[in-house]
Design a protein around this ligand. Structure first.
Ligand SMILES: [Zn+2]
Length: 275
């Protein structure tokens, strides 16, 4: 991908560490080197961010920036598998960085214990090759989306609450890609649901967060076909998936021409949090 810095050739340990990737013809040495030279911005170190960060780090994404202002508490441990019982009270980003560094000490992990917004968020997005949204609130989701549109960055968006999960990719390097706001207009008629109130099935966020990592890795390597233009919805009680086609809204206030009439979200669409 343009903007990814070429790295020196992998040493013997790296060739072993990543050998099961390198064996895949779709990845090979080239793909693995792209990952090692890439920068992923992961916003949220909770239910979705935990598995996403574990796979991004283990897979050898060379630079990972984690943002989360929260601290680990006992209720997180049922599903936020990057944190341990002894991490209770620590900032989630510090706890996650410790775990990720134990899994892969070769990569660089930046921990930002802030609710990032404004210029700070824009600078982080601008410096990233892919952005993974693993947050739990609309305000941040929309701010992240706006920054990704502004700097034409691919955005991997996920959500999960109760037994309901969803994932979508907005590859905003492409002019025809919809953005998050095309799907869920700000102040639109969608219901924000939080795990703290509604509950969440532990492996649900594991499934969605792992898929976010998979999509981010594919985008970084430029392989396969990503989820751009599709929203996948999972009902983990029946383990049934639905795929909804997404279209760019030409009137979208964020990515479209400008003056937008607000579009309604798809019927009965509820937006889960991040677990
Ligand atoms: Zn849009």
């Amino acid at each position: 991908m343009a903007g990814i810095t070429p790295l020196p050739a992998m040493d013997d340990d790296q060739l072993l560490r990543y050998s099961r990737h390198i064996l895949l013809p779709e990845i090979g040495i080239d793909g693995q080197e792209k990952l090692l030279g890439a920068h992923a911005l992961l916003i949220g170190a909770g239910g979705l961010g935990a598995p996403a960060s574990l796979y991004l780090a283990a897979s050898g994404v060379g630079r990972i920036t984690l943002c989360d202002h929260d601290a680990v508490d006992l209720t997180n441990l049922q599903r936020q598998i990057v944190h341990f019982t002894e991490s209770i009270g620590r900032k989630k980003v510090d706890s996650a960085r410790t775990t990720l560094a134990r899994i892969n000490p070769e990569i660089s992990i930046e921990a930002i214990a802030e609710r990032v917004a404004g210029l700070r968020l824009e600078q982080l997005v601008q410096s990233a090759d892919v952005v993974v949204d693993a947050t739990d609130n609309f305000a941040t989701r929309h701010a992240v989306n706006r920054a990704c549109v502004k700097f034409a960055k691919p955005l991997v968006s996920g959500a999960g609450v109760r037994f309901d999960g969803q994932i979508a990719v907005f590859d905003l390097r492409r002019r025809d890609s919809p953005c998050y706001h095309c799907l869920f207009p700000e102040n639109g008629d969608v219901e924000e649901m939080r795990c703290a109130v509604m509950g969440v099935f532990a492996p649900l966020v594991g499934i969605i967060g792992s898929m976010q990592a998979a999509e981010a890795l594919k985008l970084l390597m430029g392989i396969g076909r990503d989820l751009t233009g599709r929203l996948l919805l999972l009902d983990a009680l029946t383990m049934e998936w639905r795929s909804v086609r997404l279209k760019k809204d030409p009137q979208c206030a964020v990515c479209g021409g400008g003056d937008s009439e607000q579009r309604q979200a798809p019927e009965s669409c509820e937006v889960p949090g991040n677990g």
